[in-house]
Design a protein around this ligand. Structure first.
Ligand code: UDP
Length: 328
């Protein structure tokens, strides 16, 4: 039995593949390599193509004995989604529809889904739990919520069980130093701060310091990418054990402001990192902090790299050794 990882050449996908390989799973990867990197794959059998191409997916399902899918393939930038919502609906929502239809056709009945805290929007409660209201403030979150809902109906109609993992802010890099975060263009806070530390950028722009938080900057819950990878494997195991569908938040339950992230990065890198205050970024909620009690209790998830200093240290190890990412 093999696990199909869609979007496996991306940041969280590649770390999950590394974890799957460590436990001896057969791994099949589908990636259109629009954003992913071949070099990020430490193993597995890669099919280069798009989920929206039915004939291509038929080949992947026919050539392999796939019992579970881990679905990462998606566009995931909040800012871009506000400018190009059609791109997000087409790739994320329609891409997921194509995948679910092919899973149904080929008899694959388990899927672990890469979801996001952006499904909640501006939270009613902090920390956020899975029963809180979902009212996304950006098109990216809206598409991820639509994908989750689609899975619910495919479950009730076709018996495809799903576990949706709503991650808060993924950060850090694999302990081997062989894989890490490399987006083009980079929009995420920690890699951008570290690029400023490397001198690749003159400064970090802080998007808004007039939020109603202690220092006025946005608060996020940062979680190590390898802890996220572990959660996907626990979710596959749970579905293989016959569990019904479920949704879990993944975060450390502790929020850090943008200014705090920059301060910790200054101390980890020992470099001067210039910060410039700029206007708010459209679509950003002020505070996103997870309650992950459910994942801890029901999945048995125990994030083991939870301090932000350690997360930034592991990201810094990757960025310092690979200042141009996978491009040597
Ligand atoms: N952010 C920032 N400057 C940047 C990139 C991000 O101030 O150059 C802020 C952003 O507004 C948000 C936080 O950092 O409050 C985390 O943003 P990121 O894009 O890393 O993740 P998101 O929360 O959007 O998933």
């Amino acid at each position: 039995m093999a696990v199909l990882v869609t979007g496996g050449a991306g940041y969280i996908g590649s770390h999950t593949i590394a974890a799957l390989q460590e436990r001896g799973e057969e791994v099949i990867i589908v990636d259109n390599l629009q954003q992913g990197h071949k070099e990020a794959l430490l193993g597995g059998k890669l099919y280069v193509g798009d989920l929206r191409d039915g004939e291509f997916l038929d080949v992947v399902f026919k050539e392999n004995d796939i019992d579970a899918v881990i679905h990462f393939a998606a566009n995931s930038l909040v800012g871009e989604s506000m400018k190009l919502p059609g791109k997000y609906y087409h790739n994320n929502v329609y891409g997921t529809l194509c995948l679910l239809e092919k899973m149904n056709e080929h008899g694959t009945r388990k899927i672990v889904f890469s979801s996001t805290a952006a499904t909640y929007g501006e939270p009613e409660n902090v920390p956020i739990d899975e029963f809180d209201r979902t009212l996304p403030t950006n098109a990216y979150g809206e598409t991820k919520l639509a994908m989750e809902k689609m899975m619910k109906w495919f479950d009730s109609a076709h018996g495809i069980s799903y576990i949706s993992l709503r991650y808060f802010n993924a950060a850090g890099a694999h302990e081997s130093g062989r894989i890490g975060e490399d987006h083009s263009p980079e929009t995420h806070l920690i890699p951008i701060v570290l690029e400023a530390a490397l001198g690749k950028r003159p400064h970090i722009s802080v998007f808004g310091d007039d939020y109603s938080t202690a220092d006025g900057t946005c608060i996020r819950d940062y979680v190590h990418v390898s802890d996220l990878a572990d959660a996907h494997i626990l979710a596959v195991d749970k579905l293989r054990g016959g569990s019904s569908s479920s949704i879990y938040n993944l975060g450390n339950g502790r929020g850090y402001s943008v200014k705090e992230v920059i301060d910790i990065a200054r101390s980890v890198t020992g470099r001067d990192i210039k910060a410039v205050i700029e206007p708010r970024r459209e679509g950003d909620p002020a505070v996103l902090v997870a309650s992950s009690e459910r994942a801890r209790n029901e999945l048995g998830w125990k994030p083991s790299r939870s301090g932000l200093e350690d997360i930034i240290k592991s990201a810094w190890k990757w960025h310092e050794a690979n200042p141009n990412g996978y491009q040597k």
